[in-house]
Write a protein that binds this ligand. Structure first.
Ligand SMILES: [Zn+2]
Ligand SMILES: [Zn+2]
Length: 130
């Protein structure tokens, strides 16, 4: 009985782990997300919300849908987002202007979670013997 409960717990654990990995994978594959942004013709910016000064000075604000894209500095790995095809600025960390497309989620270095710490049938509670 104890072993069975343990197994159930393990399955739950793996199930949630799988879900998490699926989600992470999906996020890694997500290179852009649609969003609503506002542009000011006078100040020449595009952002989630308009500056107060723009409203105060009655600048012409245009709301439109855009795509938020994810980038990574080719040189140092610093991440950036942009509504344009490329970020308009240099990397704030190393100053290099060399962006490459990246996923929503940062690529993890090293082994995957759970992969090496917990083996699916390495606990001795299962009936498999070789
Ligand atoms: Zn403005
Ligand atoms: Zn950089």
């Amino acid at each position: 009985m104890v072993a069975q409960a343990d197994e159930e717990l393990q399955q739950q654990y793996f199930h949630s782990l799988e879900k998490k990995e699926q989600l992470e994978e999906k996020m890694r594959d997500t290179m852009e997300v649609p969003c609503r942004v506002v542009s000011c013709a006078q100040c020449k910016y595009t952002h989630y919300r308009a500056l107060d000064s723009c409203s105060e000075q009655a600048h012409k604000l245009t709301w439109h849908s855009a795509k938020k894209r994810f980038f990574r500095c080719h040189h140092c790995g610093e991440r950036a987002v942009s509504f344009d095809r490329l970020p308009k600025r240099h990397c704030r960390k190393c100053g290099v202007f060399k962006w490459e497309r990246d996923g929503m989620l940062k690529e993890k270095k090293g082994p995957k979670i759970g992969g090496e710490t917990l083996q699916p049938r390495g606990r001795g509670t299962t009936s498999v013997s070789e």
